[in-house]
Design a protein around this ligand. Structure first.
Ligand code: NAP
Ligand code: MG
Length: 497
């Protein structure tokens, strides 16, 4: 008998199931959905739970424990209890565990990639090729630091900051976890992590990895819940540092809560990046960079290039080429590896995008929408471009956090700088031009934590990322990012970083 029986009567061959089929990610196993505290899986003290859904299909994925004040107390106590032994380990021992976690994440990359797609709605191409590998890269990078902290620029024997409360958003759930957990563990600190309400699943799966890697109990704790769980963590006096990524409004709230205490804080907040195109920019590469800048992760990206500033003579050409290219993007099933644009993470986020897009139109900008059918179920918004946007328009000032691009023009480099800097944010910016001297001149004047030239959305664990102005303070990645988890040794006051 043939190993591959073919039905010769059928019009064509069936495709084999994709290696990233949803069956590679288990949703229902015992540990899943409970809090990970002190190395054990626990229900919330009051038994409360909340559901998490697939944004692409509305399917109910799992019920997850809703941590209240008592649970946060327990998690902080567990992290505190684990601190002396963890920080007392030789750095090389902590490094071994971080290397082990990084390798395990690589080995189970497919499972994490699919789970992130299901819970978040972003395309598998992105979780498979970006989120999971970059998260593993952060673990590898910081594993390398764990036994070299004497060379981090804080003098000999820097001390860990202590118990870290890490609060992350839904747009890159696993990656934002790695950005915080990797340097914290390398430094000898311990962590209580609060994932976002709509995307708790990969954090819980990561906690399973920690258990399997024999990370000592209490070194990483995960408390799932909503904003109130995060607020309880922020207020908790047993937390030495809060590492927050999220919206500027919540960041300000946290800063008010911590004001006057000696607890440390880093804030990675929103953005409204200018992507600046000069007339001499190579057009094909630039179009790809603009598309990547705003439609990567459906525009749910803090550093998204959401304001396109185009030099006036090439405005029409750029808009024409850009809309033609956007018309080829495929929106739909995020588990299909050909999908470019996935689902909007939540009904609330979809409502906000719709509201701001309507405001753009009401304020007089011209709206162009890609002609692509939207699936019937789930949360979807088509790629959209606004031209004729004025600087004062809300779609030029406020973070939309969706697949919506606002196009403005400029005539001189000075005008480009003035317009680029004219928002409350300062996270990132992009420059497209053939002239190296102009890139340097512009980069010097742009008020942004990260400036990309002739590329966009590039990340490396060795390169610090973070904002200025209302985009926050503190850096993640690189030596600067590590400093956020270390104190200079007791006999040395200053920092020579
Ligand atoms: P968010 O509402 O500020 O939520 C971020 C995290 O904080 C979530 O875990 C959230 O829990 C929690 N939270 C909510 N209220 C809280 C409170 N009062 N105290 C403590 N924690 C609280 O932000 P989001 O809308 O989910 O995320 C999008 C924002 O994140 C955008 O503005 C984006 O620019 C920003 N972001 C910035 C960076 C960066 O590196 N700069 C990276 C990614 C995203 P719930 O989910 O349960 O509400
Ligand atoms: Mg979800």
């Amino acid at each position: 008998m043939s190993r591959f029986p073919l039905d010769l009567g059928s019009p064509g061959w069936e495709y084999a199931p994709a290696p990233e089929a949803r069956t590679v990610a288990r949703l229902d196993a015992g540990a899943q959905g409970r809090l990970f505290i002190g190395g054990t899986w626990q229900d919330a003290a009051d038994g409360a739970t909340f559901p998490t859904h697939s944004p692409a299909t509305d399917e109910h994925l799992a019920d997850v424990a809703l941590a209240g004040g008592t649970d946060v107390d327990r998690a902080v106590a567990a992290a505190r209890a684990a601190l002396p032994a963890w920080s007392g380990l030789p750095g090389a021992e902590r490094a071994k565990l971080l290397f082990r976690l990084a390798r395990m994440l690589q080995e189970r990359a497919r499972e994490f990639a699919v789970l992130e797609v299901l819970d978040n709605g972003k395309p598998i191409r992105e979780t498979r090729d970006f989120d999971v590998p970059t998260a593993a890269a952060h673990l590898f990078h910081h594993a390398g630091w764990a036994d070299k902290l004497d060379h981090a620029g804080l003098g000999p024997a820097p001390r860990p900051v202590g118990v870290v409360g890490a609060i992350v958003p839904w747009n890159f759930p696993l990656l934002m976890l790695a950005w915080k957990v990797a340097p914290a563990l390398a430094s000898g600190s311990t962590v209580v992590l609060k994932p976002a309400e709509t995307t708790p699943l990969t954090a819980l799966r990561f906690a399973e990895l920690c258990e399997q890697a024999d990370l000592p109990p209490g070194v990483l704790n995960v408390v799932t819940g909503a904003g109130a769980t995060g607020a309880a963590l922020v207020r908790h006096p047993g937390v030495d540092k809060i590492a927050f990524t999220g919206s500027t409004a919540v960041g300000k709230d946290i800063q008010r809560t911590l004001a006057g205490t000696d607890r440390r804080l880093t804030l990675e907040l929103g953005g409204k990046a200018a992507n600046i195109v000069f007339a001499d920019a190579p057009i094909d590469e630039t179009i790809e960079g603009i598309v990547d800048g705003i439609f990567f992760n459906q525009g749910h990206v803090c550093c998204a290039g959401s304001r396109l500033l185009v030099e006036e003579p090439v405005h029409d050409l750029v808009v024409e080429r850009l809309t033609r290219r956007i018309g080829t993007l495929r929106l739909g099933d995020p588990l299909d590896k050909n999908t470019d644009v996935g689902a909007i993470n939540s009904p609330a986020q979809l409502a906000r995008i719709r509201e701001l897009a309507d405001v753009g139109e009401a304020e007089g900008a011209q709206r162009w929408t890609a002609d692509c059918p939207l699936p019937e179920r789930g949360n979807w918004f088509p790629p959209t471009v606004f031209t004729g946007v004025s600087q004062s328009s809300r779609i030029a000032q406020e973070e939309i956090f969706g697949p919506v691009l606002s196009v403005l023009t400029f005539r001189t480099p000075d005008e480009a700088v003035t317009k680029a800097n004219n928002t409350p944010y300062g996270l990132s910016a992009g420059i497209w031009t053939e002239k190296g001297a102009r890139i340097l001149w512009m980069a010097d004047r742009l008020r942004a934590g990260v400036v990309w030239a002739n590329t966009f959305n590039r990340f490396d664990p060795a390169s610090p990322f973070g904002g200025v102005k209302e985009s926050g303070f503190g850096r993640e990645g690189g030596r600067q990012g590590l400093h956020a988890y270390l104190e200079p040794s007791a006999d040395r006051g200053g920092i020579d970083g």
